[in-house]
Design a protein around this ligand. Sequence first.
Ligand code: FES
Length: 124
Amino acid sequence: MYTEKVMDHFSNPRNVGDIKDADGVGEVGNAKCGDIMRIYLKVDNNDVITDVKFKTFGCGAAIATSSMVTEMVKGKKLDEALEISNQAVAEALGGLPPAKMHCSNLAADALHEAIKDYITKKGK
Ligand code: FES
């Protein structure tokens, strides 16, 4: 049902935790299942994401997509990170079962919220 990549990111999630002095924090919830995902970003003066962590209270697919999105954005510029879609995260994991596609929505949405939070805080 799940690809090896999904199982790998679920069993060994990358970048779990929080960043105390984060430059941007994004939180989204899934109204259907009640799961919540939070993403923390550190951003340098050139708008490059230098660190990213996540905390997800949710299903295995939500944890795997959170882990994958953190790997996809580390070292990227904010405008590149904003282009990462929910679909791209699911594809990077080799796909998700149709019934679990909605779980991938949390990952890119939380990332985009964190970037918006950074932009608002910096007044950019
Ligand atoms: Fe809630 Fe997957 S079932 S995010």
